[in-house]
Design a protein around this ligand. Structure first.
Ligand SMILES: Nc1nc2c(ncn2[C@@H]2O[C@H](COP(=O)(O)OP(=O)(O)O)[C@@H](O)[C@H]2O)c(=O)[nH]1
Ligand SMILES: [Mg+2]
Length: 371
């Protein structure tokens, strides 16, 4: 891999995120919602199923091996990731074995403001008990709030062969849905994901969970579709930089390898910046408006990263010949960036579903005309 392209004046603008990373305050926050009405994501499941590990790896850059030393969680751990992440959600990590019949467990209060409930099942363990717990949790939560998205992470699949993974998913799916129909709860929809903290699957699954909670998603997808088609780009992801969750992508299918490459690109840019970009005393901004990078790969494609907001980056996969028209890409990127800011500013103020805003955009077409 070579880094053929490095725009002048960027020294100090790339940056890595230490675990205590914080952003500079100069740009207004562009996030999902105002602080008071942040939807909650709950992480539930049996003890040692991997909940705290998921939370630490995705939102706090903990390396998977370090999770071996995590202590067990004895109380609800409320993590507000909104100061470092676009994902303005609270993540509540529950200790295993929450007792729903304990009078101190206020399910009304807990489930009312919940956007998604992630139930983690350890696939390397016998999951009979986990399934009955899942059923109890889902039926209880559904009664309080039928709008919750129920997401089941079949977790720790790194220890399973491909066949075993598919078989486990089929089995968990079947049994969980059978339990629901036995209780006349066929209406409840469960989504299933195979996950592991040792590869990108946990980021990909979390991306899908978060995307379902973003009302502006169709607008963002639309903008990205227009952007790539007018710029000759193969694929574009809008990433939450700190968590590497992609909050939107264009509508062409996502292949895991491209997603992983783009995640790695963020790590490279941020790590180089943290090591060489910050001042000796640690001051300076690791990621700001000027942050961008291009990496030419040996398969005639280029990875191109640019800052969109203080939390978001656009990472694109571009063919080398299309990258020759970098002026066009940059012009269209400028339009896209403006539109993304508008989308979130409008919704932030009015808290209303966002109008389709691309009507006011003027993307340039590959033949040079303004659309
Ligand atoms: N093999 C494997 N182990 C995992 C994975 N996720 C978590 N673990 C391990 O599972 C154990 C329990 O994790 P922890 O997060 O404390 O579980 P919790 O009680 O649900 O919060 C730890 O030793 C983790 O290292 C995974 O994806 N694969
Ligand atoms: Mg825990």
């Amino acid at each position: 891999m070579s880094i053929p392209y490095d725009e002048a004046g960027l020294a100090g603008s790339f940056g890595s995120f230490p675990k205590s990373f914080d952003y500079g305050a100069e740009e207004p926050e562009v996030g999902l919602s105002t602080c008071s009405d942040k939807p909650r994501i709950l992480l539930m499941g049996l003890r040692r199923s991997g909940k705290s590990s998921i939370q630490k790896v995705v939102f706090h850059k903990m390396s998977p091996n370090e999770t071996l030393f995590l202590e067990s969680t004895n109380q609800i751990y409320k993590d507000d990731v909104s100061s470092t992440s676009f994902v303005q959600f609270q993540i509540w990590d529950f200790p295993g074995q929450v007792d729903f019949f304990d009078p101190t467990f206020d399910s009304e209060m807990i489930f009312k403001g919940t956007g998604a409930l992630i139930f983690v099942i350890d696939a390397q363990d016998d999951y009979v008990e986990a399934l009955s717990r899942l059923h109890l949790t889902v039926s209880r939560a559904y009664k309080v709030n039928p709008d919750i998205n129920f997401e089941v992470f079949i977790h720790k699949v790194d220890g399973l062969s491909d066949d075993h993974k598919i078989e486990t998913q089929r089995d968990v799916h079947q049994r969980a849905n059978d339990d629901l129909s036995d209780a006349n709860l066929e209406k409840v929809h469960l989504s299933f994901y195979l996950t592991s903290i040792y590869d990108h699957s946990i980021f990909e699954a979390f991306s899908k969970v978060v995307q379902k909670l973003i009302p502006q998603l169709p607008t963002l997808e639309n903008l990205l579709n227009i952007f790539i088609s007018h710029s000759g780009i193969e694929k574009a992801f809008l990433f939450d930089v700190v968590s590497k969750i992609y909050i939107a992508t264009d509508s062409s299918p996502v292949d895991m390898q491209s997603y992983e490459l783009c995640c790695d690109m963020i790590d490279v840019v941020i790590d180089v910046s943290c090591i060489y970009g910050l001042m000796a005393d640690g001051s300076g901004c690791a990621y700001d408006k000027e942050s961008m990078a291009a990496i030419k790969l040996n398969n005639t494609t280029v990875l191109y990263l640019k800052e969109v907001t203080k939390f978001l980056a656009l990472v694109c996969i571009v063919r080398e010949e299309s990258f020759e028209r970098k002026g066009l890409i940059d012009y269209n990127f400028h339009c896209l960036r403006k539109a993304v800011h508008e989308v979130f500013e409008v919704s932030g103020v009015a808290s209303l579903p966002c109008p389709q805003r691309n009507g006011c955009l003027k993307f340039a077409a590959q033949n040079g005309s303004i659309l």
